[in-house]
Design a binder for this molecule. Structure first.
Ligand SMILES: NC(=O)c1ccc[n+]([C@@H]2O[C@H](COP(=O)([O-])OP(=O)(O)OC[C@H]3O[C@@H](n4cnc5c(N)ncnc54)[C@H](OP(=O)(O)O)[C@@H]3O)[C@@H](O)[C@H]2O)c1
Length: 390
C-alpha cells in the first residue's frame, strides 16, 4: 500500500475539479491512497455540499461570502471547517494540511492562491494556465525559493513533460504544441463575424468550462499555452511551434537536435494528464479509454491559420515583449470573453479588444506582483470601458 497523499482542489466544482475528484476515486479503487482534505469553490455550494458528503474533507473554502452563509445553513453536525472569502482561501493555502494542490480555478483568480501554496512548499498540479501566463517568472522563482514542485496538468504540457523524460535539456530543439483547431477550423474569416455563443461553446473534442472553450474557439488557448510552455520548459518563443491536429490524439511533441521527434498520445480525456500529475514520475493503473488505432484511421496535421485566428500572433508578440504584456493580454482576453459570453460583443471583437488593450497600455519590464495586479486591473478597465462604445 502506498503512502497517503493529501490533496486540496482549487475549483472543485469546475470541469477540471470534478475530473480530479473522479481520478482520485478511481486511483483509490486501484489500491492507491489519496485523501481530499480541502475543496475550494466560488459559488456552487450545492455541488460542493455533495462533494463534501462523498469525500469528507477537513475543510472547504467558499470565496463568495453570501454563498458561504448559505452553505453553513446546510450543515447538520458535520465535522467540517468552513472558510470564506479571499482571506479564508489564503489561510488554507498557507497553513492547510495537504501535500498536493490541484490548481484549477479559472482565470487570474488562480494566481494568488497558487503562489501562496508554492510559498508553503507544496507540490502544485497546475491546470490554471493563466497563472503562468501572467506571472511565469515570479511563479518559477517562488517555486525554486521554497523548493516547491510545479507539475503541468494541461494535456499539451503534460505531453511535453513525458517527452522530456530521460532527455537532457541541451538535446531539445523545439516544442510542437498540437491544437484541435476548435469548432471554427473550417469556417472562413467572414463566416466568423456572425457565429453565436452556442456555436463557440460547442467544442468538437473536449468538454471544458466556458472560458477555456471560448479560448479554444478563438485559438487564444493555444497562444496562452505557448506562453505557459515558455515558462514551464524554458524555451524561447521561436522554439515553440503550433500545429493543428483535429483528432486531438497527439497531445504535443518535442523535436530533438538529431531530428528525432517524441510524441505523447492518448484519448482526449483530461483525467489522464490529471492522474499523471498526481502520480509523477510514476504511473498507476487506470480504467480510461484506450486508443484503438484501427478505428481512428487518420491523424492529420496542418499549420494554424494566424490570419483568421489572430490572437495566436498577439500571444507570441506579448511573450516576446515580456514584462506585463502577457498580463495585459490575459486580462483583456478574460474581459472580452466575459463580454462575448454575455452577448455584449461579437466573436471577432474579442481579438480586436485584446489588441486594442495591448496597443493602449504601456507594459512594464521585470514587474513585481503589485505591478502585475495593476496591469491586470488596467487592461480589464480598458476593455469594459471600450465595450461601452459599441
Ligand atoms: N477544462 C479543461 O479540460 C481544461 C484543460 C486544460 C486546462 N484547463 C484550465 O483549468 C482551469 C479551470 O478550467 P475549467 O474548465 O475547469 O473551468 P470551470 O469549469 O469554469 O471551473 C472553474 C472553477 O473555478 C471556480 N471559480 C471561478 N471563478 C472563481 C473566483 N473568482 N474565485 C474562486 N473560484 C472561482 C468555479 O467555482 P464555481 O463553480 O463555484 O463558480 C469552478 O470551481 C482554467 O485555467 C483552464 O484554462 C482546463
Amino acid at each position: 500500500m502506498s503512502k497517503r497523499t493529501s490533496i486540496a482542489i482549487l475549483g472543485s466544482t469546475g470541469s477540471i475539479g470534478r475530473s480530479s475528484l473522479d481520478v482520485i476515486t478511481s486511483m483509490n479503487e486501484h489500491g492507491e491512497d489519496y485523501h481530499v482534505n480541502y475543496l475550494v469553490t466560488n459559488k456552487n455550494v450545492d455541488l460542493l455540499y455533495q462533494q463534501v458528503k462523498k469525500y469528507a474533507p477537513a475543510g472547504v473554502v467558499i470565496i463568495d461570502e453570501k454563498r458561504a452563509d448559505q452553505f453553513r445553513s446546510y450543515l447538520n453536525g458535520e465535522k467540517l471547517k468552513v472558510y470564506s472569502g479571499e482571506s479564508g482561501l489564503m489561510d488554507v493555502m498557507s497553513g492547510g494540511e495537504f501535500d498536493v494542490l490541484i490548481s484549477s480555478l479559472v482565470g487570474f483568480a488562480g494566481l494568488r492562491p497558487t503562489l501562496k501554496a508554492l510559498e508553503a512548499g507544496k507540490t502544485v498540479a497546475l491546470a490554471n494556465k493563466e497563472t503562468m501566463v501572467v506571472a511565469g517568472e515570479i511563479v518559477n522563482e517562488t517555486a525554486s525559493r521554497y523548493r516547491a514542485t510545479l507539475l503541468p496538468v494541461d494535456s499539451e504540457h503534460s505531453a511535453i513533460l513525458q517527452c522530456f523524460s530521460g532527455e537532457g535539456k541541451k538535446s531539445v530543439a523545439k516544442l510542437i504544441l498540437t491544437a484541435s483547431g476548435g469548432p471554427f477550423l473550417n469556417r472562413s474569416k467572414e463566416e466568423l463575424e456572425n457565429v453565436t455563443v452556442e456555436e463557440a461553446l460547442n467544442h468538437p473534442n473536449w468538454k471544458m468550462g466556458n472560458k477555456i472553450t471560448i479560448d479554444s474557439a478563438t485559438l487564444m488557448n493555444k497562444g496562452l499555452e505557448v506562453i505557459e510552455a515558455h515558462y514551464l520548459f524554458g524555451l524561447p518563443a521561436d522554439k515553440i511551434d503550433i500545429v493543428v491536429h483535429p483528432q486531438s490524439i497527439i497531445h504535443s511533441m518535442v523535436e530533438f537536435v538529431d531530428g528525432s521527434i517524441k510524441a505523447q498520445l492518448g484519448m482526449p480525456d483530461m483525467k489522464i494528464p490529471i492522474q499523471y500529475a498526481l502520480t509523477y514520475p510514476e504511473r498507476v493503473e487506470s480504467k480510461y479509454q484506450r486508443i484503438d488505432f484501427s478505428r481512428i484511421g487518420q491523424l492529420t496535421f496542418m499549420p494554424p491559420d494566424i490570419e483568421k485566428f489572430t490572437l495566436i500572433k498577439s500571444a507570441y508578440e506579448a511573450l516576446r515583449q515580456g514584462g506585463t504584456s502577457t498580463a495585459i493580454l490575459n486580462a483583456a482576453n478574460e474581459a472580452a470573453v466575459d463580454l462575448f459570453l454575455r452577448r455584449r460583443i461579437r466573436f471577432m471583437q474579442i481579438s480586436e479588444f485584446v489588441d486594442a488593450a495591448l496597443g493602449a497600455i504601456e507594459p512594464k519590464k521585470s514587474p513585481d506582483i503589485d505591478e502585475i495586479f495593476e496591469a491586470d486591473r488596467d487592461a480589464r478597465k480598458f476593455v469594459y470601458a471600450e465595450a461601452e462604445h459599441v
